[in-house]
Ligand binder design. Sequence first.
Ligand SMILES: O=C1C[C@@](O)(C(=O)O)C[C@@H](O)[C@@H]1O
Length: 155
Amino acid sequence: MSALSKRNPELFGLIRSLDDLNRTVDEFAAKIGVRVRHFTSNIEGEILDYVHKTANEVDAFLINPAGLTQFGMATRDALMEPGRPYLEVHFANLARWFHSTGTYDDSSIFSFGATGVMEGLRHHGYLGGLLALTLALDDTAFLGAGAPPVPPGDA
Ligand SMILES: O=C1C[C@@](O)(C(=O)O)C[C@@H](O)[C@@H]1O
């Protein structure tokens, strides 16, 4: 994700940097009245530390696992552990992305624990995902304050 400018615009659209993406997300978040903290790292241990550190401070996570999509089991488990909802987002339609890279297994190990998945909508998926997550967190019968507790390991 730190090399967004090098990505194929047909799959990734016209967002060419993380700063652009973060700004776009922040502008949308302000419109719907939520606050987003951003974190990016190419080092999986730093992502784990961030998830552990913030799990009790946030309502939910929205993650693009990027290069960890198929093998980032530790990150997936760290996200599932606190029982917070997490939404998985990808710029590209994974089936098309994996096809274009010659990898024909298009599965993500993150989807299993995710509350929902957004893919293929370029940066719009971040905005749609943020809106859907916010509505779901306001829904007392789903993820909101009145929702039944999520059993550990079954997020
Ligand atoms: O790095 C990426 C980007 C991606 O997560 C996306 O946003 O489309 C899709 C992943 O499969 C890929 O490894």
